[in-house]
Design a protein around this ligand. Structure first.
Ligand code: SAH
Ligand code: SF4
Length: 393
């Protein structure tokens, strides 16, 4: 297998994110919402306060508005019945409001639900709901597509279409909460207990919108998630990992997936920019408040990264980092040239890690019957969708 060309701006150039910060279509979304007008869904609490004060309203109105937007997940201003009509009209005239449309819903035999949401400019992004007895987790997308281009990942085959806005990120959670309540899956207004940024896209490549969304999601006048229940997963954008550690308290997951640079270069082109030693140095420096541990994700690929030597190297690499390893047997994506190891190999790899006192679990393969498992998310009918070819005349 030949290595893919690294995405421009990720592996070359002085600024690793240069050229990727403003994808071509990002502007389209903004203009589709409301040219030059702020998105109420994306405004930080101070922004809402300024806007409401500018409309000559008392400060408590801003808090009321924030609760409607982010605690109740209101889909429109019309729902906000205890706000004066005049204020609602003034808000409608001066701002926009991102609310995603539910384009599709697929329910897996194991209870997992995958939703595709349509943005105002017609893009599709996916979120995956994973109910368990002790927690209800939503896997959230941060971009349409992904620029990183990992060779085993379906989302990677799409390339980057555009970043999601903070409003589009948080609204995945609001639409999911509302729908779960509607389906009888938990109490209003917030049945979800945990969030993982492991859907489509590389969250740290969309850092500004991600952190704006996190602030809204952790706010006590919003859904009020605990930072201990929010995990951001990255392929290894080292500078942004360092910033995330300084600026937030959420948990970090790192998609490691290989134990040598030669193999990781092949699987994850970002490794050529920030190789394993630099990535793990950033992990060692990551602030570990209150027993925080880093989750290392390791997708097992038959004959590529699943040998006994790999397990031993992995244990050595992680020595001294408070961590846990999630082993994920590869979820098949036709045409990408990889397959999962036999179950016995997965267990042998797992056992070898445990023998070396590494905390490791084999992740359940959820929702694979509806292509909702890790690395299978792709815009329906878009580039990279295996169903696309099948539907073609
Ligand atoms: N871009 C971020 C967030 C997405 S998380 C990141 O890569 O960390 C997606 C996770 O699914 C990553 O850990 C990735 O390694 C894993 N993954 C991708 N394709 C997969 C596949 N086909 N089978 C199993 N896991 C996969
Ligand atoms: Fe992007 Fe993560 Fe998929 Fe790599 S694994 S292509 S970083 S979504």
């Amino acid at each position: 297998m030949s290595a893919p060309t690294p995405p421009a701006g990720i592996t070359g150039g002085p600024d690793p994110l240069e050229g990727l910060a403003a994808p071509q279509e990002a502007a389209a979304a903004a203009s589709a919402l409301a040219a030059g007008r702020p998105d109420l869904r994306a405004l930080p609490r101070e922004g809402l306060a300024t806007l409401v004060a500018g409309l000559g309203q008392k400060p408590f109105r801003a808090r009321q508005l924030q609760r409607w937007l982010h605690r109740q997940g209101a889909a429109s201003l019309d729902e906000m019945t205890d706000l004066p009509k005049a204020l609602r009209a003034a808000l409608a005239a001066s701002s926009g409001l991102t609310t995603l449309d539910r384009a599709s819903e697929q329910v897996s035999s194991d209870g997992t639900i995958k939703w595709a949401w349509r943005t105002a400019d017609g893009k599709l992004v996916e979120s995956v709901y994973m109910p368990e007895t002790d927690r209800k987790t939503l896997c959230v997308s941060s971009q349409v597509g992904c620029a990183i281009g990992c060779t085993f990942c379906m989302t990677g085959t799409m390339g980057l279409v555009r970043h999601l806005t903070a409003g589009e990120i948080v609204d995945q959670i609001h639409r999911a909460n509302r729908r779960i309540v509607e389906l009888g899956g938990g109490p209003a207004p917030r049945p979800l207990t945990n969030l993982v940024f492991m859907g489509m896209g590389e969250p740290l490549h969309n850092y500004q919108a991600l952190t704006a969304a996190l602030a809204l999601l952790l706010d006590e006048d919003g859904p009020n998630f605990s930072h201990r229940h929010v995990t951001v997963s990255t392929s290894g954008l080292v500078p942004m990992m360092r910033r995330l550690g300084q600026e937030t308290q959420v948990k970090l997951a790192v998609s490691l997936n290989a134990t040598t640079d030669a193999v990781r270069d092949r699987l994850m082109p970002i490794n050529r920019r920030w190789p394993i030693a630099e990535l793990l140095a950033a992990c060692r420096d990551f602030p570990m408040k209150q027993g925080r541990r880093i989750t290392f994700e390791y997708v097992l690929l038959d004959g590529v990264n699943d040998s006994d030597e790999d397990a031993e190297r992995l244990a050595r690499l992680l020595r001294g980092i408070p961590s846990k390893v999630n082993l994920i047997a590869y979820n098949d994506n036709p045409g990408l040239g990889f397959r999962a190891p036999p179950a016995a190999r997965v267990e042998a790899f797992h056992q070898r890690l445990c023998d070396r006192l590494i905390t490791a679990v084999v992740r359940k393969n959820r929702g694979s019957d509806i292509a909702a498992a890790c690395g299978q998310l792709v815009a329906p009918g878009g580039r990279g969708d295996p169903r696309r070819g099948a539907a073609a005349p």
